[in-house]
Design a protein around this ligand. Sequence first.
Ligand SMILES: *[C@@H]1O[C@H](CO)[C@@H](O)[C@H](O)[C@H]1NC(C)=O
Ligand SMILES: [Fe+2]
Length: 460
Amino acid sequence: MAAPSPLPRFLILLLAVTSSAFAAAAATGAPVVGEDYVRPPPARCHRKALLSLFPWSKKEESAASSDPQQVHISLAGEKHMRITWVTNDNSVPSVVDYGTKESTYTMKSQGESTSYSYLLYSSGKIHHVVIGPLEDNTIYYYRCGGQGPEFQFKTPPSQFPLSLAVVGDLGQTSWTTSTLNHIKQCEHDMLLLPGDLSYADYMQHLWDSFGTLVEPLASNRPWMVTEGNHEKEHIPFFESGFQSYNARWKMPYEESGSRSNLYYSFEVAGAHIIMLGSYTDYDDSSDQYAWLKADLAKVDRKRTPWLIVLLHVPWYNSNWAHQGEGDSMMASMEPLLYAAHVDMVIAGHVHAYERAERVYNSRPDPCGAVHITIGDGGNREGLARRYRNPKPAWSVFREASFGHGELKIVNSTHAHWTWHRNDDEEPVRTDDVWINSLAGSGCIQEGSRDRESRKILMSP
Ligand SMILES: *[C@@H]1O[C@H](CO)[C@@H](O)[C@H](O)[C@H]1NC(C)=O
Ligand SMILES: [Fe+2]
């Protein structure tokens, strides 16, 4: 190749990457002054990742470069599923063959593909194929790109009961592996992830290894995710941010009227689920705010009695880690969620578990949302162990352990929430509570309070 040597530019880039990586670490991991919570240093795999930035380090090649890798699925509007996978071979077509009998494909869909470059890294071909209409609660067998192994998934039910697995700040450590094993053991229709997926942190091949790690689960049940700070990967003057996340984890934002992959909503059985973006604009003049207001105004609690919001940075957090980081988003958006009678708000970011009772405006409120922080999937940064004392009035349960949550929505009024600790080899059910939906409460009524709520959501 006659191209000029990339080395000088490469050194500048390397400097930019490492300095912004350290800046990011300092911004997110800094202990609050006077407190002794300090995150453990990154695990050894990180050094290997740094080395892989060098152009002469060899990329891992799969057995056949046309075989599908990193297969995962996500809901794509009513009765449709998006199948996403990566191939090293560019000539593989973006088609999915599928059917309800093993090795018998009666249907075929054509999709699209994308790829991206990040510094010296070039991604494989990333395929996105939407298939459907699909039957509810049905097992489908599928094949990606016309070749390679057969995968299967089950579509969610159209009615309660609905089982949701919930995990945040996942990463790819041995803690992650045990969390994923525990999730595999639990019956679930779908997985929800409120941000911080791969912890690639600029090392793009770690997005590939994350895709490989989660494939057994994510090719089998829809994974619905939103972004965290570790998805940003913004480098001033060089990289605009979210390239990898947006290319690889395409969510149904167009289907929900959003103009950004960073926030969207979807419906499953009788639940309306909103994924917000903590790392994009949220003030009352932002696109996200306008979209959220319109989306909330459309919710019909007769059709979807459960209304659940996920985002990365918690609004109710009594851990010293990331204290106050959610305050400005909460000031902007909490009144909208309250007016719409949101049942639950699930966040990540803080590497520990905390459950708050129904709360609004920092005070316990029977018509507010149950807030849960579940950023304890098992990433390499370790746990956030220091809590503020005394415990705030709204905080019910808090513990710094790795684990995952399960939300079993039994019917229009009752859901059972459990949190499973995995410090031990076995998942241990540690927190356990019945949640009653606001749809079945006195909070939503044709009355003056509800007229006020409608006014807030309908105002221009
Ligand atoms: C909903 O489920 C709860 C818990 O199992 C039960 O007590 C309640 O009667 C159910 N409600 C309806 C309307 O079926
Ligand atoms: Fe985070």
